[in-house]
Design a protein around this ligand. Sequence first.
Ligand SMILES: [Zn+2]
Length: 259
Amino acid sequence: MFDLVIENGRVVDGTGNPWYLGDVVVSDGRVVTIGRVEVEPKRVIDANGLAVAPGFIDSHSHSDLMIIAEPEARQKTMQGVTTEVVGQDGLGEAPIRDDLVDEWRRYLSGLNGDPDIDWGWRSFGEYLDNIEAAGPSTNIASLVGHGNLRLLAMGMEDRRPSKAELEEMKRLLSTSLDEGAFGLSTGLIYPPCVFADATELSDLCRVVSSAGGVFVVHMRNEGGKLLESIEEVRGVGRDSKAPVHISHFKANGERFGGR
Ligand SMILES: [Zn+2]
């Protein structure tokens, strides 16, 4: 006895194959077969005229706070998104400190909104616990923001970190990765991330790479200095052995379209 058959849909299986007509048979929460089947399931969904596909991954999401405020996340699930990667652009919600939280919350509101929720967390793990407790519809993977590490270690200073400040950033990063961060994000147009050079990024990314994480970057420039900016993050990837993901990978501005 199967739990569910989604029948008559156009199956887009995610392997790159063209769509085909088929029935998707589900048992115990798993797809057990796809094809023309003669079974009596407990439940049938008629997907005539619709596509049946694996859930989409929104690899650059700003639902960091909204997923706690509105965990049903209909704006995502109704588009077929089942997994979101939050903590983007170097600017995340954790780790954060008592003396910094109010100002940081205001600063992030332009990117992530400012819903009426209690910022009760301080560590990265506590932030994830808050998401878990909200019971979100989507799967959430969160990156730890480079901006958070820099803010906690040295404020919004436009300079290189001292040795002790860099060590503090690495310690906070390592702890956050241990507590469940999928990797490190940075946004090299946003303070305080913009104040970092490639050496600082490589030093941090060595921690990311040894923890099996990814490095996700909003590059320093997407226009006239696009190619130099790609070289910068390629260099960080080569030096640190961390896998690099470039967010919104594009040439910004008509003049630079050919690049
Ligand atoms: Zn973004």
